[in-house]
Structures are given as C-alpha cells and as structure tokens.
Design a binder for this molecule. Structure first.
Ligand SMILES: Cc1ncc(COP(=O)(O)O)c(C=O)c1O
Length: 468
C-alpha cells in the first residue's frame, strides 16, 4: 500500500481550505482518495482496488513502467526548451507523421489540449484571413477564454454565444434532428452545417474554421454517421474555412479499427488541422497540433515566432515516444477493437433485458450507454444515471456520465482493459439495474450518494428516480 501521511478527512479539509470549489471532485458527497494507479486499476489510501472505466488519459495504463522509465531516463540527462537541436522532438514528430495522412506533415508541440485547440484557432484565422468558427452543439474544446467561447457546453452557462461563433446541431442519430430511420443522416446533418454557414454569411460573417471532436464525447458519446465529415468539409472549404478535428479524447488507437477517429469517416477524409492531447502523454502534459504545409506557411508569414517554454521538451517527447512504443508492442489498438466489441455485445444483451437502456453506441473502447425514462420520448434518465454511477462506485467501479442530459454512461478506459474487466463490470451493472427495477416496482425512490440510500416514496403515483 502506498504511504498516506494525511488521512482522507484531513486531505478533504485541506482541499476545501486551499483550493477553489470551482475545481470539482468526483463523487463530491463521498470523494475517493487515490494514492496509486497501475494499468486499469486505481487504489485508495486503504488499498481498495477500483476498476477505471473512464480515464482516457492513462491511455496505455496508469504508470506504465516503460513510460515512467523513459521520463526518468531523459530527466537524468536533459530537459530544456525546443530552441536547441534535439533528436527526441524530431523522432516524435516523425513517428506521429507515420500515423497520419501524408498531408498532415507539420507539427507543433504544446502542453495541454486547450493549448493545442487555441493554436489551431490561431492557425485557422491566419491561414484563412477569416475570424468566425462553426462548432457542434454541446461541444467542449478547452478551458482557455478563446475555447470557452467555442464550447457551447460552457458558454451557455456563462456570457452566452459570441457573434463570431455559430452552432450546428450534433449529428446524433439517436436523440437528434435526424435519427436512425432517416435515409441519409450524414447528408442531412452536413446540410445543417451548410445552413449555419449560409446564415452567418448573410450577416456578413466569414468562416475561419469548423471545430469538432472526431467523436463528440462531451456531447454524449456520439458516433457521427459515416460520410458526415467529408460533406461538412466541402461546405466549410467552400466558405473559405478549414476543418479542425479534435482528437484529444479519441485519438491514438482508441477506436480500434483506425489510429485516428476521423478515419472512421472514410479513407480519403483528411482534416486540415488535427489536435492531440490527453492520451498522447499517458498523464504527462503533452499535446500536439498537426497541420498542412499550406496552413503552417501562412502562420510563418507573419514573421512572429511561435515559442512555448515547455512544449516539445526532450522529456515530454521521450514520454510521447514511449506511449507510441507501448501501443505498438502491446498491440493495444487491436486489443481495443476486440475488448470493445465484446463490451458492446454484452451491453446489447443488457439493453434487451433492461428497458432503461435506450441505446448502446460505440467503436473500440469508446462506448456510450444512453439511459432513458421511456422508449417513446427517449427522455434522459438523469437521476437514474447518477444513482447507477454511485452504486457502481460502491462496487469499486469508476464510471461517469456525459451528454446534455448527463444520462449517457461513458466507457473510455485505459486501453489495457481486459475481457475479464468487461465481464465483471457488466455483471455488476446488470445486478444494480435489476435491483433498481425491483425498487422502482416497490415504489421506492432512488437517491444517489454515500450508501446510495433509499427513500420510501409516500405520495400517490410514485415513480422511478427523483434524486435529490
Ligand atoms: C475534446 C476536448 N478537447 C480539449 C480539451 C482540453 O484539454 P486540456 O484539459 O488538456 O486542456 C478537453 C478536455 O477535457 C477535451 O475533452
């Protein structure tokens, strides 16, 4: 067991005193103190083992020994900025270029996903000479001011939408405008982007970029219909803008079939800019922007240096290279395809058994379970999802929710997640859902939180849920 010099209660008290409450905890009513991580497991101060189903940052597994060793070895030799010649940054850029379409051949290294998206915005504006951005509804692209502005998930609760931001509907074929019964949802959703672009242009606006996560995760683990991105890119290019694919959550083999999630959209589809973060450094702060020669040249033409103190330092690049090595050596992309399809198969069986499960969608180890109140309205089962997450936590399984209705269980575990983990997690999910159904039948109200307590409903017409 790792040393724990401060008890959990003391840590919580110190956190409340020293950190802003804007920095939130998972399970705020009964937070977990994690002191160690290994592979797909995390351990609390008592040594209890939790299965991590959500941490897409610890991509090749928490504290992977080869990644830790690479950082340690490079730390002992040199860590400095990228104004000196060094082979690590060149090797890293070279290895990344081998995973990408040929056109994406110029690289910038940074420290976080937000930095990457902010640079993508600058590149797009410089290249196009335009200012405006089209984004998907409910998207999140980072915490910098520039990115809050293009993140409906955030700006709707803040100052609202800026005049240079234009929001297109999420290509959600389960709950969105065009659903699974539509003959061509890719075209229909792409036409929505075209409509948004035209209406912006009618107001004299000019489009610099379309930003989208290749698989919108914050929007609720959405899988855009194949062919959507190429059609959107046509509309955006016609308007003089560029296509930015945010691969910060979904890149690096997670989708199994491909290394990059945008490749699900067709072999020939190539974004103009790709942003990477999170998994690229397995927990170490690394990020990257890849773009075309044309975009990079326009940025260089300003004559202004791009300098980032830590971006591309030899330690970060050694870590990034080690992550790529592990992905290859342990064949984690193929593993994600295999484990992910097993998880989908077991979850589909759960859907047949539990009416609360409205939709199972996913690819590789990026899977969403959409919980609904009833099949006709598909109304999000928000309280039930919260209750379920809290019961899973009591069973030492860490899962969370996403989507505008906070009702989509999101699976995006470290890529070393196993078939046994799948069986264990789905068995627990089944047991909890069965228990929930029994409780609802006996008119008890579900309440998440410590002990996932039960409230006995007294009034007439008692029904499921109603968390408080
Ligand atoms: C899709 C997406 N883009 C960008 C970011 C920002 O990355 P970071 O938190 O590393 O700045 C996030 C972070 O959650 C994200 O999910």
């Amino acid at each position: 067991m790792a040393a724990d010099p401060h008890g959990k209660a003391e840590t919580l008290a110190r956190r409340r005193r020293l950190l802003s409450s804007s920095c939130r905890l998972f399970f705020p009513e009964d937070p977990i103190k994690i002191v160690r991580g290994q592979g797909q497991y995390m351990y609390d101060e008592q040594g209890a083992e939790y299965i991590d189903c959500i941490n897409n940052v610890a991509h090749v597994g928490h504290c992977h020994p080869l990644v830790v060793q690479a950082a340690h070895e490079q730390n002992q030799v040199l860590n400095t900025n990228s104004r000196y010649l060094h082979d690590n940054i060149m090797d890293f850029a070279q290895r990344l270029s081998e995973t990408l379409p040929e056109k994406l051949c110029v690289f910038y290294f940074l420290n976080s996903g937000s930095e990457a998206n902010d640079l993508a915005l600058r590149l797009a504006r410089q290249y196009t000479g335009h200012w405006d951005v089209v984004v998907l509804d409910h998207a999140y692209h980072g915490h910098l001011s520039s990115l809050i502005d293009i993140s409906p998930y955030k700006f709707r609760d803040l100052d609202g939408q800026k005049e240079w931001v234009h929001v297109a509907p999420l290509p959600d074929t389960y709950r969105g405008l065009y659903r699974e019964d539509h003959p061509n949802p890719a075209e229909a959703y792409a036409n929505e982007v075209k409509r948004v672009v035209s209406s912006a242009q009618e107001q004299g606006r000019q489009i610099a970029a379309f930003f989208a996560e290749s698989l919108p995760s914050v929007g609720g683990q959405i899988i855009p219909p194949a062919g959507y991105f190429p059609e959107v890119a046509e509309h955006i290019h016609r308007a003089g803008g560029v296509f930015v694919a945010d691969e910060i959550q979904v890149g690096f083999g997670r989708v199994g079939k491909h290394f990059w999630a945008f490749q699900l959209q067709g072999e020939d589809f190539v974004p103009d800019i790709v942003t990477m973060g999170k998994s690229i450094g397995n927990g170490h702060p690394v990020a990257c922007v890849a773009t075309t020669q044309a975009v990079a040249r326009a940025f260089e033409a300003t004559g202004v240096e791009y300098f980032n103190t830590f971006g591309g330092n030899p330690v970060s690049c050694a870590v990034g290279l080690a992550v790529l090595d592990v992905l290859e050596k342990e064949q984690l992309q193929a593993h994600a395809a295999c484990v992910g399809s097993f998880l989908m198969e077991l979850l589909r069986k759960q859907k047949a058994k539990h009416p609360i499960i409205g939709d199972i969608r996913g690819v590789g180890l990026f899977i969403g379970v959409d919980l609904i109140k009833d099949e006709t309205t598909r109304m999000p089962a928000t309280e039930e999802a919260e209750y379920l997450i809290s019961r899973l936590k009591e069973n030492y399984i860490l899962l969370s929710t996403d989507g505008p209705g906070r009702n989509v269980l999101k699976f995006k575990p470290p890529m070393c997640f196993t078939l046994d983990n799948v069986q264990h997690v789905v068995a627990k999910l089944d047991a909890i859902l069965t228990d929930m159904e029994e409780r609802v039948r006996s008119c008890e109200t579900l309440r998440p939180g410590p002990g996932a307590a039960l409230l006995r409903s007294t009034g007439p017409g008692c029904r499921a849920a109603a968390g408080n």
